[in-house]
Design a binder for this molecule. Sequence first.
Ligand SMILES: C[S@@+](CC[C@H](N)C(=O)[O-])C[C@H]1O[C@@H](n2cnc3c(N)ncnc32)[C@H](O)[C@@H]1O
Length: 219
Amino acid sequence: MVRKNRLPKFPEDYLNDKVEEYDSSKWMERNQKRSTLYSLQYLIDKKLNDREDSGIEMGVSPLILDLGCGSGFSSVILIENGFRVIGIDILIDMLSKAREKKRIFKEYKALELILADINNLPIRVNSIDHIISISSYNFIIHGMENFGEKVKLINDTARYLHKTLKNNGRIIIEFYPKDEMELKMFNKSFINNGFSGFMVKQNPKQKSGQTYLLLKKKS
Ligand SMILES: C[S@@+](CC[C@H](N)C(=O)[O-])C[C@H]1O[C@@H](n2cnc3c(N)ncnc32)[C@H](O)[C@@H]1O
Protein backbone atom coordinates (compact mmCIF):
# COMPACT_ATOMS: atom_id res chain seq x y z
CA MET A 1 0.00 0.00 0.00
CA VAL A 2 1.38 3.37 -0.99
CA ARG A 3 1.66 5.70 2.02
CA LYS A 4 0.09 8.77 0.51
CA ASN A 5 3.11 9.82 -1.56
CA ARG A 6 5.56 6.95 -1.23
CA LEU A 7 5.85 3.20 -0.99
CA PRO A 8 6.31 1.99 2.60
CA LYS A 9 9.66 0.79 3.89
CA PHE A 10 9.79 -2.65 5.45
CA PRO A 11 10.23 -3.24 8.33
CA GLU A 12 10.80 0.29 9.68
CA ASP A 13 7.32 1.60 8.77
CA TYR A 14 5.76 -1.20 10.85
CA LEU A 15 7.79 -0.97 14.06
CA ASN A 16 7.51 0.86 17.39
CA ASP A 17 5.59 4.16 17.20
CA LYS A 18 5.01 3.71 13.45
CA VAL A 19 2.44 1.05 14.35
CA GLU A 20 0.17 3.57 16.07
CA GLU A 21 0.67 5.95 13.15
CA TYR A 22 -0.30 3.17 10.73
CA ASP A 23 -3.30 2.01 12.69
CA SER A 24 -4.72 5.45 13.41
CA SER A 25 -4.46 6.61 9.79
CA LYS A 26 -8.00 6.86 8.40
CA TRP A 27 -6.51 7.04 4.93
CA MET A 28 -4.65 3.77 5.45
CA GLU A 29 -7.70 2.06 6.94
CA ARG A 30 -9.87 3.16 4.03
CA ASN A 31 -7.35 1.95 1.45
CA GLN A 32 -6.72 -1.41 3.10
CA LYS A 33 -10.44 -2.03 3.42
CA ARG A 34 -11.14 -0.97 -0.14
CA SER A 35 -8.43 -3.29 -1.53
CA THR A 36 -9.86 -6.12 0.58
CA LEU A 37 -13.36 -5.53 -0.78
CA TYR A 38 -11.98 -5.62 -4.35
CA SER A 39 -10.19 -8.85 -3.46
CA LEU A 40 -13.43 -10.39 -2.22
CA GLN A 41 -15.03 -9.59 -5.56
CA TYR A 42 -12.07 -11.16 -7.35
CA LEU A 43 -12.36 -14.24 -5.13
CA ILE A 44 -15.73 -15.03 -6.69
CA ASP A 45 -14.70 -13.91 -10.18
CA LYS A 46 -16.38 -16.24 -12.68
CA LYS A 47 -13.33 -16.16 -14.94
CA LEU A 48 -11.60 -18.39 -12.36
CA ASN A 49 -14.33 -21.05 -12.66
CA ASP A 50 -13.90 -24.15 -14.77
CA ARG A 51 -15.89 -27.29 -15.50
CA GLU A 52 -15.05 -28.99 -12.19
CA ASP A 53 -15.41 -25.81 -10.16
CA SER A 54 -18.49 -23.74 -10.76
CA GLY A 55 -17.61 -21.11 -8.19
CA ILE A 56 -16.91 -20.84 -4.48
CA GLU A 57 -19.52 -21.72 -1.92
CA MET A 58 -19.99 -19.05 0.70
CA GLY A 59 -22.62 -20.77 2.81
CA VAL A 60 -20.36 -22.56 5.29
CA SER A 61 -18.01 -19.96 6.85
CA PRO A 62 -14.97 -20.83 4.74
CA LEU A 63 -11.58 -20.64 6.45
CA ILE A 64 -9.34 -17.98 4.94
CA LEU A 65 -5.70 -17.04 5.62
CA ASP A 66 -4.87 -13.33 5.67
CA LEU A 67 -1.15 -13.26 4.84
CA GLY A 68 0.58 -10.19 6.28
CA CYS A 69 -2.50 -9.19 8.29
CA GLY A 70 -0.83 -6.21 9.95
CA SER A 71 -3.12 -4.50 12.46
CA GLY A 72 -6.17 -6.31 11.03
CA PHE A 73 -7.94 -3.86 8.71
CA SER A 74 -8.27 -6.52 6.01
CA SER A 75 -9.07 -9.34 8.42
CA VAL A 76 -12.06 -7.57 9.90
CA ILE A 77 -13.58 -7.07 6.43
CA LEU A 78 -13.18 -10.80 5.80
CA ILE A 79 -14.91 -11.61 9.10
CA GLU A 80 -17.74 -9.21 8.29
CA ASN A 81 -18.18 -11.09 5.03
CA GLY A 82 -18.68 -14.45 6.69
CA PHE A 83 -15.19 -15.97 6.72
CA ARG A 84 -13.35 -17.58 9.60
CA VAL A 85 -9.99 -15.80 9.49
CA ILE A 86 -6.44 -16.71 10.49
CA GLY A 87 -4.21 -13.63 10.32
CA ILE A 88 -0.47 -14.19 9.88
CA ASP A 89 2.18 -11.53 10.40
CA ILE A 90 5.95 -11.63 10.86
CA LEU A 91 6.20 -8.53 13.08
CA ILE A 92 5.16 -8.74 16.72
CA ASP A 93 4.62 -4.96 16.80
CA MET A 94 1.91 -5.16 14.13
CA LEU A 95 0.42 -8.39 15.46
CA SER A 96 0.20 -6.90 18.96
CA LYS A 97 -1.95 -4.09 17.60
CA ALA A 98 -4.28 -6.67 16.01
CA ARG A 99 -4.35 -8.59 19.34
CA GLU A 100 -5.22 -5.40 21.21
CA LYS A 101 -8.16 -4.78 18.83
CA LYS A 102 -9.25 -8.41 19.30
CA ARG A 103 -9.40 -7.79 23.08
CA ILE A 104 -11.37 -4.55 22.73
CA PHE A 105 -13.66 -4.77 19.70
CA LYS A 106 -16.28 -7.47 19.26
CA GLU A 107 -15.91 -7.55 15.45
CA TYR A 108 -12.29 -8.74 15.91
CA LYS A 109 -13.12 -11.51 18.44
CA ALA A 110 -13.31 -14.27 15.81
CA LEU A 111 -9.85 -13.45 14.43
CA GLU A 112 -7.13 -16.04 15.10
CA LEU A 113 -3.64 -14.52 15.00
CA ILE A 114 -0.30 -16.23 14.37
CA LEU A 115 3.16 -14.70 14.49
CA ALA A 116 4.85 -16.32 11.50
CA ASP A 117 6.67 -15.78 8.22
CA ILE A 118 4.65 -16.25 5.01
CA ASN A 119 7.68 -18.17 3.72
CA ASN A 120 7.53 -20.64 6.60
CA LEU A 121 3.91 -21.14 7.57
CA PRO A 122 2.85 -23.32 10.51
CA ILE A 123 -0.32 -24.39 8.68
CA ARG A 124 -1.55 -27.95 8.13
CA VAL A 125 -1.77 -29.20 4.56
CA ASN A 126 -5.19 -29.31 2.94
CA SER A 127 -6.79 -27.25 5.71
CA ILE A 128 -7.50 -23.81 4.18
CA ASP A 129 -10.36 -22.84 1.87
CA HIS A 130 -8.87 -19.62 0.47
CA ILE A 131 -5.99 -17.18 0.94
CA ILE A 132 -5.88 -13.43 0.68
CA SER A 133 -2.97 -11.03 1.03
CA ILE A 134 -3.29 -7.25 0.96
CA SER A 135 -0.24 -5.00 0.47
CA SER A 136 2.17 -7.52 1.98
CA TYR A 137 3.31 -10.19 -0.47
CA ASN A 138 6.02 -8.08 -2.17
CA PHE A 139 7.81 -7.94 1.21
CA ILE A 140 8.50 -11.69 1.30
CA ILE A 141 11.72 -11.18 -0.66
CA HIS A 142 12.80 -8.23 1.48
CA GLY A 143 16.57 -7.98 1.90
CA MET A 144 17.39 -10.51 -0.83
CA GLU A 145 19.72 -9.44 -3.63
CA ASN A 146 20.39 -12.65 -5.52
CA PHE A 147 17.83 -13.30 -8.28
CA GLY A 148 18.18 -17.09 -8.15
CA GLU A 149 17.64 -17.11 -4.37
CA LYS A 150 14.51 -14.97 -4.72
CA VAL A 151 13.09 -17.28 -7.39
CA LYS A 152 13.77 -20.33 -5.22
CA LEU A 153 12.15 -18.77 -2.16
CA ILE A 154 8.97 -17.61 -3.86
CA ASN A 155 8.60 -20.93 -5.69
CA ASP A 156 8.97 -22.84 -2.41
CA THR A 157 6.35 -20.55 -0.83
CA ALA A 158 3.90 -20.94 -3.74
CA ARG A 159 4.31 -24.75 -3.54
CA TYR A 160 3.59 -24.69 0.19
CA LEU A 161 0.53 -22.44 -0.24
CA HIS A 162 -0.69 -24.95 -2.82
CA LYS A 163 -0.37 -27.74 -0.23
CA THR A 164 -2.24 -25.84 2.50
CA LEU A 165 -5.24 -25.17 0.22
CA LYS A 166 -8.15 -27.55 -0.19
CA ASN A 167 -9.24 -28.51 -3.71
CA ASN A 168 -10.38 -25.54 -5.79
CA GLY A 169 -8.95 -23.16 -3.18
CA ARG A 170 -8.29 -19.64 -4.41
CA ILE A 171 -5.67 -17.01 -3.68
CA ILE A 172 -6.10 -13.28 -4.22
CA ILE A 173 -2.98 -11.19 -3.77
CA GLU A 174 -2.97 -7.40 -3.91
CA PHE A 175 0.61 -6.21 -3.89
CA TYR A 176 3.25 -3.79 -5.14
CA PRO A 177 5.98 -5.52 -7.17
CA LYS A 178 8.77 -3.04 -7.79
CA ASP A 179 8.95 -3.56 -11.57
CA GLU A 180 7.67 -5.71 -14.43
CA MET A 181 10.38 -8.33 -13.91
CA GLU A 182 9.43 -8.80 -10.25
CA LEU A 183 5.74 -9.01 -11.16
CA LYS A 184 6.47 -11.75 -13.72
CA MET A 185 8.62 -13.60 -11.20
CA PHE A 186 5.81 -13.65 -8.61
CA ASN A 187 3.16 -14.59 -11.16
CA LYS A 188 5.27 -17.44 -12.58
CA SER A 189 5.90 -18.82 -9.10
CA PHE A 190 2.19 -19.65 -8.93
CA ILE A 191 1.55 -20.62 -12.55
CA ASN A 192 4.53 -23.04 -12.46
CA ASN A 193 3.41 -24.59 -9.19
CA GLY A 194 -0.11 -25.82 -9.66
CA PHE A 195 -2.20 -22.65 -10.00
CA SER A 196 -4.12 -21.16 -12.88
CA GLY A 197 -5.19 -17.54 -13.01
CA PHE A 198 -4.45 -14.08 -14.24
CA MET A 199 -3.53 -10.60 -13.05
CA VAL A 200 -5.41 -7.33 -12.92
CA LYS A 201 -3.80 -3.90 -12.76
CA GLN A 202 -5.82 -0.98 -11.48
CA ASN A 203 -4.32 1.13 -14.23
CA PRO A 204 -3.72 -1.08 -17.31
CA LYS A 205 -1.01 1.28 -18.62
CA GLN A 206 1.10 0.96 -15.48
CA LYS A 207 4.28 -1.12 -15.67
CA SER A 208 4.34 -2.14 -12.00
CA GLY A 209 2.64 -0.77 -8.90
CA GLN A 210 -0.65 -1.98 -7.46
CA THR A 211 -1.53 -5.36 -8.97
CA TYR A 212 -3.97 -8.15 -8.12
CA LEU A 213 -3.11 -11.79 -8.78
CA LEU A 214 -6.21 -13.98 -9.11
CA LEU A 215 -5.26 -17.62 -8.65
CA LYS A 216 -6.92 -20.97 -8.32
CA LYS A 217 -5.48 -24.30 -7.24
CA LYS A 218 -5.62 -26.68 -10.20
CA SER A 219 -6.97 -30.08 -9.30
C1 LIG B 1 0.72 -2.92 4.70
S1 LIG B 1 0.98 -3.90 6.09
C2 LIG B 1 -0.46 -4.77 6.48
C3 LIG B 1 -1.62 -4.66 5.69
C4 LIG B 1 -2.83 -5.42 6.23
N1 LIG B 1 -3.53 -5.87 5.08
C5 LIG B 1 -3.73 -4.58 7.13
O1 LIG B 1 -4.94 -4.62 6.89
O2 LIG B 1 -3.26 -3.93 8.06
C6 LIG B 1 2.06 -5.18 5.53
C7 LIG B 1 2.32 -6.26 6.55
O3 LIG B 1 3.04 -7.34 5.95
C8 LIG B 1 3.80 -7.94 6.97
N2 LIG B 1 4.85 -8.81 6.40
C9 LIG B 1 5.91 -8.45 5.65
N3 LIG B 1 6.65 -9.53 5.33
C10 LIG B 1 6.04 -10.60 5.89
C11 LIG B 1 6.34 -12.00 5.91
N4 LIG B 1 7.42 -12.50 5.29
N5 LIG B 1 5.52 -12.81 6.59
C12 LIG B 1 4.42 -12.31 7.25
N6 LIG B 1 4.09 -10.99 7.26
C13 LIG B 1 4.89 -10.15 6.59
C14 LIG B 1 4.36 -6.73 7.73
O4 LIG B 1 4.83 -7.07 9.00
C15 LIG B 1 3.15 -5.80 7.74
O5 LIG B 1 2.40 -5.91 8.92
